[in-house]
Design a protein around this ligand. Structure first.
Ligand code: NDP
Length: 336
């Protein structure tokens, strides 16, 4: 829709209605409200990530300034690119960098960004699949890549995945299973055990199983490797339960950002703590992972199980779900 030559579009907007109290609204915005970045895209799909939920509920650690449109993922077509990098109509994928942080994000029908944040979707993936994966998928793949680079093989033993029903967790389970690993999926939602089994989990473990590890310096090592999306004390419980020479790819903080650790698992068992970031990662590295997803690491069949389509109007309800840790899999926001 145009109004006096200015395009009007729908967007989610987070507003601070009272000190520390935030509302998540569906509003109309104008193109002239967006920052003066060279690349303007018409967004066809976005997705929800945990960080969007933190921003939507005013988590101070995230650094969003309100009113604000979150959404760290977007795919859509170029409306105009004043930098000349892309042509009108090119379909581009954007994840991370500052999208949805200080720059108005992908939970809107238009975004304006620097062209260096965007890449051409590789053949073999469509728009919906790219958002079913999104930042969560990119992160899961980077975790798996870190384990493989550290020498992980399916013969080593089981790989633990924490926060297994979440976006990153569910994609990590499906990808590791596809690559032949036996996955032990840790969840607080045992009622979703069938979902995790369908993704290829070898076994499903109650989150509470890890709690007694807290009182021990090290435990008998049940697992060879791990992907931890939860952080906090869970991360140290995972570190102390890995077998000699193992490692954990740590990407998340769903249960907390701090953890207390001892050096014993590192100096007695040679455990590696492998940090993963998918947000500020150079665009060429992101492109490499998207090419893997389009080809050898395709989990196309599983994405229908993992991802649910929602409308822009449903976003507030689903952000609340994610914020409470009640999300299952991924949520694709369809604006096409
Ligand atoms: P989701 O909200 O989709 O999933 C998080 C899952 O963690 C929940 O579904 C739940 O799974 C589990 N969980 C939630 N609360 C707790 C708790 N208190 N204790 C233990 N487990 C809990 O989030 P995402 O998968 O999108 O993101 C997961 C984490 O990864 C987040 O912390 C996010 O910030 C981080 N992340 C990091 C990135 C990076 O570049 N490093 C990029 C993307 C995400 P279950 O019930 O199955 O246990």
């Amino acid at each position: 829709m145009e109004n006096n030559g200015d395009v009007v579009f729908r967007a989610i907007q987070i507003v601070e209605v009272a000190a520390g109290k935030f509302d998540q609204l569906l509003v109309q915005r104008r193109l002239s409200d967006l920052p003066d970045n060279p690349l303007v895209m018409a967004v066809s799909h976005s997705s929800l990530n945990y960080k969007d939920a933190l921003c939507a509920f005013g988590n101070p650690g995230i650094g969003c300034e309100y009113p604000h449109t979150p959404g760290m993922d977007a795919i859509g077509k170029v409306v105009v690119d004043h930098s000349g990098t892309f042509s009108r109509g090119d379909e581009l994928l954007v994840t991370g960098y500052d999208l949805g942080m200080h720059t108005p994000g992908g939970l809107a029908e238009r975004i304006a960004i620097p062209p260096g944040w965007a890449l051409v979707l590789p053949q073999g993936l469509n728009a919906r699949e790219s958002m079913a994966l999104g930042t969560a998928g990119l992160t899961a793949a980077l975790c798996v890549e870190k384990l493989l680079d550290s020498g992980a093989t399916p013969q080593d033993g089981e790989v633990l995945v924490t926060g297994a029903t979440g976006g990153v967790g569910s994609i990590a389970v499906a990808l590791l299973a596809k690559l032949g690993f036996r996955v032990a999926a840790v969840t607080g939602k045992l009622e979703s055990a069938d979902f995790l089994a369908a993704l290829g989990a070898w076994k499903v473990i109650d989150r509470e199983t890890l709690a007694p590890f807290a009182s021990k310096a090290m435990t008998k090592p049940p697992w060879a490797w791990a992907v931890d999306t939860v952080g906090g004390e869970t991360l140290f419980n995972v570190i102390k339960s890995l077998a000699y020479g193992g490692g954990v790819a740590a990407c998340g903080m769903a249960s907390g950002a701090q953890f207390h650790a001892s050096v014993l698992p590192f100096i007695r068992r040679g455990i590696s703590l492998l940090g993963v970031d998918s947000v500020a990662l150079p665009i060429e590295k992101k492109a490499g992972v998207w090419h893997l997803f389009a080809d050898q690491w395709s989990i196309g069949d599983q994405l229908n199980r993992i991802a649910e389509d929602i409308s822009l109007g449903q976003v507030p309800e689903y952000l609340a779900r994610l914020h409470r840790g009640h999300g299952i899999g991924r949520y694709v926001v369809d604006m096409s």
